[in-house]
Design a protein around this ligand. Structure first.
Ligand SMILES: Cc1cc2nc3c(=O)[nH]c(=O)nc-3n(C[C@H](O)[C@H](O)[C@H](O)COP(=O)(O)OP(=O)(O)OC[C@H]3O[C@@H](n4cnc5c(N)ncnc54)[C@H](O)[C@@H]3O)c2cc1C
Length: 426
């Protein structure tokens, strides 16, 4: 916010960025809360980064998703310069890991999905993607080899958990055009490319961020939000309070007077997905296809070699893999050593060069409550920015924005809340 308004942000963590945070450890290595990528359909995020002069921090790949299977066998889902649904149909038709029957089984569903309207897709909020795929005749091998790692990477769920609507929305968003399939990676980590420019801009406009400062509860007076009570006991007054905490934490900040608010009660029913991000540094370069990689049948879904992205790793002769494990529900993976061992075993299975390579460093970052699970029925539980309480606005990826929970949804809700706050304060 700018002009005559003072924005004061309270952040409970010692660093800004939330789930998109990244930081340097004691050795200077970049650690990310999770591997983050963006797509051209993240229009609000990209326009914000453009305004902040941070757009050049994104490295855009070509219009292809790359699947890596056992023994380094790579298949591309490459989207030709054709209008949809032809681009998707051709991409699947040329995927090397699929049989002719698998490829043909995709045709009807792919055409129907990519030409669909938002209203049509909403009808599939009550069933899972696996159920939709079965009804449309998609083969099991097609779902397992192509969609399963994609679903895991985009929603952190499995095909028999995610709502068909959520996945079809993703297919349409990233399949809108051939260029829309391009994956953008952040050259210096999300902190450097996304979070630091945002924080610098806020401070330059007179705003302040107090990190390591948790809010205890919202203060309500006469039915209106009038400020927040901090965990250190202080109380801060505000004309407008924007609560931008994850869905699983919203309820506990609300005073008794708001516990029966229908929106607050609905949000409490959203379930957050547990995920982990595993960093593995090897003593040599492992090769593999460029950009974001997807691997079916592995403990991780999506992964990348940070040696391609981070200037400090150029010339180091080392691969630093960042791998996302989701959903992380298996009890045997709750131990970091066990999780790392499974990840390394799978990396060695799919990348032959990793078999003789020595592991120099591993870091596990767990996010027990990542984004809310986009399971059937979850969409109706997402709140609006305004929930009918004067002086109170909500923001965050769980807010209903027409987008699945991700950075684009967080930015859209934040912009809406900021605009409403400015209007309210006038
Ligand atoms: C492993 C992983 C990979 C991901 N990859 C992608 C990706 O590739 N692309 C993409 O678009 N999205 C991705 N996401 C999702 C993306 O990170 C989130 O959608 C986005 O960061 C959500 O932002 P948010 O502001 O809504 O919530 P958060 O990032 O969770 O921010 C909420 C903030 O509120 C703070 N807070 C909580 N309680 C309090 C309190 N009481 N007082 C003060 N502060 C409090 C928290 O510390 C946190 O900083 C990924 C997420 C994870 C976990």
């Amino acid at each position: 916010m700018s002009g005559s308004y003072l924005s004061l942000i309270f952040e409970s963590s010692s660093i800004s960025g939330g789930k998109a945070a990244s930081w340097r450890d004691e050795t200077g290595a970049l650690i990310e809360a999770g591997l983050h990528v963006c797509f051209p359909y993240h229009r609000h995020l990209l326009s914000l980064l453009g305004e902040l002069g941070a757009g050049s921090g994104i490295k855009w790949a070509d219009a292809a998703l790359r699947y890596v299977r056992t023994d380094g066998d790579v298949a591309e889902l490459r989207f030709p310069r054709l209008p949809r649904p032809l681009n998707g149909a051709f991409a699947i038709a040329r995927h090397r890991h699929l049989s002719l029957c698998d490829r043909l089984s995709a045709l009807f569903g792919a055409v129907e999905a990519t030409l669909s309207s938002h209203g049509w897709r909403s009808r599939y909020e009550s069933i899972t993607f696996a159920q939709w795929a079965q009804r449309r005749g998609l083969s099991k091998a097609l779902v397992a080899s192509v969609f399963e790692p994609m679903i895991g990477g985009l929603t952190f769920l499995r095909s028999d958990e995610v709502s068909a609507r959520a996945m079809l929305d993703y297919i349409v968003a990233v399949g809108g055009s051939t260029d829309a399939y391009r994956v953008g990676q952040f050259r210096g980590g999300t902190a450097q490319v996304v979070i630091e420019p945002l924080v610098a801009d806020l401070v330059a406009r007179g705003g302040r961020i107090r990190t390591g400062c948790a809010v205890d509860s919202l203060v309500i007076d006469g039915g209106r939000a009038t400020g927040v009570r901090l965990q250190d006991g202080n109380q801060v007054r505000a004309d407008v309070v924007i609560v931008a905490v994850p869905s699983h934490q919203l309820g506990r900040l609300m005073p008794a007077a708001l516990q029966h608010n229908p929106a607050i009660r609905s949000v409490a029913r959203l379930q957050a997905v547990p995920v982990a991000s595993v960093l593995v540094r090897f003593d040599r370069l492992l090769g593999g296809p460029p950009g974001l990689r997807l691997s079916p049948g592995c403990v991780f879904n999506t992964w990348a070699d940070m040696a391609e992205l981070l200037p400090e790793l150029a010339g180091s002769g080392r691969s630093v893999l960042q791998l996302v494990v989701a959903p992380l529900r298996c009890p045997s993976l709750l131990d970091d050593a066990a999780l790392t061992a499974r990840v390394i075993a799978d990396v060695r299975r799919i990348l032959p060069a990793a078999r003789a390579a020595r592991v120099e460093k591993t870091v596990v970052t767990r996010t027990p409550h990542s984004v809310h699970a986009a399971i059937p029925g979850a969409e109706q539980l997402r709140p609006d920015v305004h929930i009918g309480v004067p002086g109170l606005l909500l923001a965050g990826d769980h807010v209903c924005t027409g987008h699945n929970p991700n950075m684009e949804s967080a930015v859209i809700s934040g912009l809406r809340a900021a605009n409403l706050a400015i209007e309210a304060a006038r």
